[in-house]
Design a protein around this ligand. Structure first.
Ligand code: TXA
Ligand code: MG
Length: 326
């Protein structure tokens, strides 16, 4: 049976909350991307997330809570984590913190680590769903592992619509930020670490902390251990991607950025004609999906996007989308 697909009104949200309490999976909008949600306190509810996404079980999940107060029932906050929660929650930042022994959050969520990733989303539908479920919601992005994250309910349907465990997709329109949250870790010794660039720019976070964020690889002994989800090839469309292209080849489609777009005989989409990085972030995944559908075996050329602000996360996702596939 395909999942229910409902506009996210009050009634649908109450229904979604009940489904979550029964241990079913519900896809819902956040300000970053759509999440594939389960009751974070129920092992039997969380397990099907990995199956449904085809996601390795060593890759831990983000838990969505109403705010800092609720988060403090699950994890130990350092003063710097506290400062970030106060500055950016509810919003597009995820904090990876040591689990409290008393938290009811499933160990499966943490994939064997002694930390848990927490985020208070700002999207009113996500907040209403957390209230309706009356418990924390574990939710990775609602796409099959390896695909770009969904920023519209239709993307979720296209990616996961045939999966048995998904009971309901709540349609809340386009996600306003369009990039996954920024993930910050707090190693016991050393500076807070940028585990994944995302919807909140590094510069804004460093301003609040009054110091530079450490790089993820510097913090993890073994490669990738501090942020197990950061595999090189991720967020990949089927079409090959060629980055930093000023002049596309004859047979390439074009993902443009800014006002000066080179001639191109195949389909062109512009992330932001005015060169606005926020607009580009919000358009990135939907445009990659659209061009991918039009590509018919041809490559997609991508114009350079500046690395400042949200450009860091945009370039991170583009590099992953262009990386060799396994
Ligand atoms: O914006 C977002 O973050 C979206 C929405 C739905 O909230 N969620 C999302 O989840 O992107 P996901 O599962 O696709 O990415 C979570 C990232 C992964 O890179 C994962 O490895 C990392 O967070 N992560 C989760 N728990 C962690 C932990 N305990 N330690 C280190 N990294 C963790
Ligand atoms: Mg994801």
């Amino acid at each position: 049976m395909p999942p229910e697909f409902l506009p996210a009104n009050e009634e649908a949200i109450a229904h979604a909350g009940a489904l979550l309490r029964e241990g079913r999976l519900v896809a819902f909008p956040t300000e970053t991307v759509y999440g594939l949600g389960a009751d974070a306190t129920n092992d039997r509810a969380v397990a099907p997330i990995f199956e449904t996404k085809g996601r390795p079980t060593f890759n831990p999940l983000i838990v969505h809570v109403s705010g800092r107060e609720e988060a403090a029932r699950h994890a130990r906050f350092t003063p710097e984590a506290d400062a970030l929660a106060r500055a950016f929650w509810p919003g597009g930042i995820t904090l990876v913190l040591p689990r409290l022994a008393t938290t009811p959050i499933s160990l499966l969520v943490s994939a064997g680590l002694d930390t848990v990733a927490l985020r208070a989303p700002g999207h009113p539908i996500a907040q209403a769903l957390i209230r309706a479920a009356d418990r924390p919601i574990a939710a990775p992005s609602a796409n099959a592992s390896g695909e770009v994250s969904p920023t519209r309910a239709q993307h979720v349907m296209a990616s996961l619509g045939t999966r048995e465990a998904l009971a309901l997709i709540l349609d809340g329109g386009s996600c306003p930020l369009g990039l996954e949250s920024t993930v910050i870790g707090f190693p016991e010794n050393g500076a807070p670490t940028l585990l994944r660039p995302g919807a909140i720019a590094r510069e804004e976070i460093e301003k609040v902390l009054g110091r530079k964020l450490a790089a993820a690889d510097a913090a993890s002994g073994e490669a990738g251990r501090s942020s197990p989800g950061q595999l090189a090839s991720h967020y990949a469309p089927r079409a090959p991607l060629r980055l930093d292209v000023e002049n596309p080849r004859e047979d390439e489609l074009l993902l443009a950025f800014g006002p000066h777009v080179p001639n191109c005989s195949r389909p062109v989409m512009n992330l932001s004609p005015s060169g606005d990085l926020r607009e580009a972030a919000a358009n990135l995944f939907a445009m990659l999906r659209s061009l991918d559908q039009l590509a018919e075996g041809h490559a997609i050329a991508v114009m350079p996007v500046p690395a400042r602000g949200l450009g860091e996360a945009i370039n991170d996702r583009l590099r992953r989308a262009a990386a060799p596939r396994d």
